[in-house]
Design a protein around this ligand. Structure first.
Ligand SMILES: [Zn+2]
Length: 173
Protein backbone atom coordinates (compact mmCIF):
# COMPACT_ATOMS: atom_id res chain seq x y z
CA UNK A 1 0.00 0.00 0.00
CA UNK A 2 1.11 3.48 -0.88
CA UNK A 3 2.29 5.67 1.95
CA UNK A 4 -0.43 7.94 3.29
CA UNK A 5 -0.15 11.59 2.40
CA UNK A 6 -2.77 12.91 4.84
CA UNK A 7 -2.66 10.76 7.97
CA UNK A 8 -3.69 12.95 10.91
CA UNK A 9 -1.07 14.25 13.30
CA UNK A 10 -1.17 17.10 15.82
CA UNK A 11 1.99 18.32 14.06
CA UNK A 12 -0.37 19.49 11.32
CA UNK A 13 -1.88 21.94 13.79
CA UNK A 14 1.62 23.34 14.17
CA UNK A 15 3.15 25.89 16.49
CA UNK A 16 0.85 28.90 16.37
CA UNK A 17 3.04 31.04 18.63
CA UNK A 18 5.73 30.96 15.97
CA UNK A 19 3.42 30.78 12.99
CA UNK A 20 0.99 33.57 13.82
CA UNK A 21 2.71 36.08 16.09
CA UNK A 22 0.26 38.80 15.08
CA UNK A 23 -2.97 36.93 14.35
CA UNK A 24 -2.78 34.30 17.10
CA UNK A 25 -4.69 30.99 17.34
CA UNK A 26 -8.22 32.20 16.53
CA UNK A 27 -10.11 33.12 13.40
CA UNK A 28 -13.65 34.15 12.47
CA UNK A 29 -16.21 31.38 12.83
CA UNK A 30 -17.52 32.16 9.34
CA UNK A 31 -14.19 30.91 7.98
CA UNK A 32 -14.54 27.56 9.74
CA UNK A 33 -18.13 27.20 8.52
CA UNK A 34 -17.19 28.30 5.01
CA UNK A 35 -14.59 25.53 4.83
CA UNK A 36 -16.82 22.87 6.40
CA UNK A 37 -19.82 23.60 4.17
CA UNK A 38 -17.66 23.87 1.05
CA UNK A 39 -16.18 20.44 1.86
CA UNK A 40 -19.68 19.09 2.39
CA UNK A 41 -20.92 20.39 -0.95
CA UNK A 42 -18.00 19.00 -2.94
CA UNK A 43 -17.86 15.65 -1.12
CA UNK A 44 -21.62 15.24 -1.62
CA UNK A 45 -21.24 15.93 -5.34
CA UNK A 46 -18.53 13.28 -5.57
CA UNK A 47 -19.86 10.69 -3.15
CA UNK A 48 -23.57 11.29 -2.53
CA UNK A 49 -25.35 12.33 0.65
CA UNK A 50 -25.13 9.09 2.63
CA UNK A 51 -21.41 8.71 2.04
CA UNK A 52 -20.83 12.36 2.89
CA UNK A 53 -22.52 11.89 6.25
CA UNK A 54 -20.42 8.77 6.85
CA UNK A 55 -17.25 10.73 6.05
CA UNK A 56 -18.27 13.52 8.43
CA UNK A 57 -19.16 11.08 11.22
CA UNK A 58 -15.87 9.23 10.82
CA UNK A 59 -13.91 12.49 10.65
CA UNK A 60 -15.59 13.68 13.83
CA UNK A 61 -14.77 10.31 15.36
CA UNK A 62 -11.09 10.58 14.44
CA UNK A 63 -10.98 14.12 15.80
CA UNK A 64 -12.67 12.96 19.01
CA UNK A 65 -10.15 10.14 19.49
CA UNK A 66 -7.23 12.51 19.03
CA UNK A 67 -8.86 15.15 21.22
CA UNK A 68 -9.43 12.60 23.98
CA UNK A 69 -5.81 11.44 23.85
CA UNK A 70 -4.51 14.98 24.02
CA UNK A 71 -6.76 16.39 26.73
CA UNK A 72 -8.46 13.66 28.76
CA UNK A 73 -6.08 10.71 29.03
CA UNK A 74 -5.79 9.33 32.54
CA UNK A 75 -9.13 10.60 33.89
CA UNK A 76 -10.81 7.75 35.75
CA UNK A 77 -14.05 9.11 37.15
CA UNK A 78 -17.05 9.87 34.91
CA UNK A 79 -18.01 13.16 36.60
CA UNK A 80 -14.44 14.42 36.37
CA UNK A 81 -14.32 13.42 32.71
CA UNK A 82 -17.55 15.27 31.91
CA UNK A 83 -16.48 18.44 33.68
CA UNK A 84 -13.13 18.33 31.88
CA UNK A 85 -15.01 18.01 28.57
CA UNK A 86 -17.30 20.93 29.52
CA UNK A 87 -14.39 23.16 30.50
CA UNK A 88 -12.23 22.36 27.49
CA UNK A 89 -15.03 22.72 24.93
CA UNK A 90 -16.09 26.03 26.46
CA UNK A 91 -12.55 27.40 26.70
CA UNK A 92 -11.82 26.46 23.10
CA UNK A 93 -15.06 28.04 21.93
CA UNK A 94 -16.47 24.76 20.61
CA UNK A 95 -19.73 24.80 22.53
CA UNK A 96 -21.46 24.65 25.89
CA UNK A 97 -21.98 21.04 26.91
CA UNK A 98 -24.61 19.73 29.31
CA UNK A 99 -25.49 16.19 30.26
CA UNK A 100 -29.29 16.17 30.47
CA UNK A 101 -29.65 12.50 31.32
CA UNK A 102 -27.07 9.96 32.37
CA UNK A 103 -27.88 6.35 33.08
CA UNK A 104 -24.50 4.92 33.89
CA UNK A 105 -25.87 1.42 34.37
CA UNK A 106 -27.67 1.26 31.01
CA UNK A 107 -24.94 3.39 29.46
CA UNK A 108 -27.49 5.73 27.99
CA UNK A 109 -26.99 9.48 27.81
CA UNK A 110 -28.61 12.64 26.51
CA UNK A 111 -26.07 15.39 25.88
CA UNK A 112 -26.70 18.91 24.65
CA UNK A 113 -24.28 21.29 23.00
CA UNK A 114 -25.37 24.94 22.90
CA UNK A 115 -23.80 27.70 20.84
CA UNK A 116 -22.52 24.87 18.70
CA UNK A 117 -19.67 25.57 16.29
CA UNK A 118 -21.37 23.98 13.30
CA UNK A 119 -25.00 25.04 13.34
CA UNK A 120 -25.97 27.72 15.87
CA UNK A 121 -27.68 30.52 14.01
CA UNK A 122 -28.27 28.62 10.77
CA UNK A 123 -31.63 28.94 9.02
CA UNK A 124 -34.19 26.25 9.77
CA UNK A 125 -33.95 23.06 7.78
CA UNK A 126 -35.89 19.84 8.11
CA UNK A 127 -32.88 17.79 9.15
CA UNK A 128 -30.08 17.83 11.71
CA UNK A 129 -26.64 18.80 10.42
CA UNK A 130 -24.20 18.02 13.22
CA UNK A 131 -22.96 14.68 11.96
CA UNK A 132 -19.34 15.57 12.68
CA UNK A 133 -20.31 16.28 16.29
CA UNK A 134 -22.06 12.90 16.54
CA UNK A 135 -18.81 11.18 15.64
CA UNK A 136 -16.82 13.45 17.94
CA UNK A 137 -19.01 12.71 20.98
CA UNK A 138 -19.06 8.97 20.19
CA UNK A 139 -15.27 8.90 20.16
CA UNK A 140 -15.05 10.71 23.51
CA UNK A 141 -17.44 8.21 25.14
CA UNK A 142 -15.79 5.20 23.49
CA UNK A 143 -12.34 6.36 24.51
CA UNK A 144 -13.39 6.94 28.12
CA UNK A 145 -15.41 3.76 28.60
CA UNK A 146 -13.54 1.39 26.28
CA UNK A 147 -16.94 0.45 24.86
CA UNK A 148 -18.73 1.34 21.68
CA UNK A 149 -21.42 4.04 21.55
CA UNK A 150 -23.63 5.22 18.77
CA UNK A 151 -24.49 8.92 18.98
CA UNK A 152 -27.46 10.45 17.17
CA UNK A 153 -28.49 14.08 17.04
CA UNK A 154 -32.23 14.36 17.78
CA UNK A 155 -32.64 18.16 18.00
CA UNK A 156 -30.58 20.80 16.26
CA UNK A 157 -30.63 24.56 15.79
CA UNK A 158 -31.53 23.72 12.20
CA UNK A 159 -34.63 21.81 13.24
CA UNK A 160 -35.90 24.68 15.34
CA UNK A 161 -34.27 23.97 18.69
CA UNK A 162 -31.86 26.37 20.29
CA UNK A 163 -29.47 23.65 21.31
CA UNK A 164 -28.17 20.47 19.71
CA UNK A 165 -29.36 17.40 21.57
CA UNK A 166 -27.68 14.02 21.17
CA UNK A 167 -28.60 10.56 22.39
CA UNK A 168 -25.71 8.23 23.14
CA UNK A 169 -26.46 4.55 23.50
CA UNK A 170 -24.15 1.63 23.83
CA UNK A 171 -24.04 -0.50 20.69
CA UNK A 172 -26.15 -3.61 21.14
CA UNK A 173 -27.31 -2.34 24.57
ZN1 LIG B 1 -26.94 20.74 15.52
Amino acid sequence: MQDRKYAFSWDLIGNLDIGRPNLGPTTRLEVYRLMQYAFRDVIERHCGTVKTDTIFYESGYLAGQEFYRKFFTGIKEFGTFISAVQTTLREMGIGIVRVEKADLEKKSFVITVSEDLDCSGLPELDYEVCVYDEGFLAALLDSFTGERFVVKEIDCWCTGDRTCRFTAEIVGG
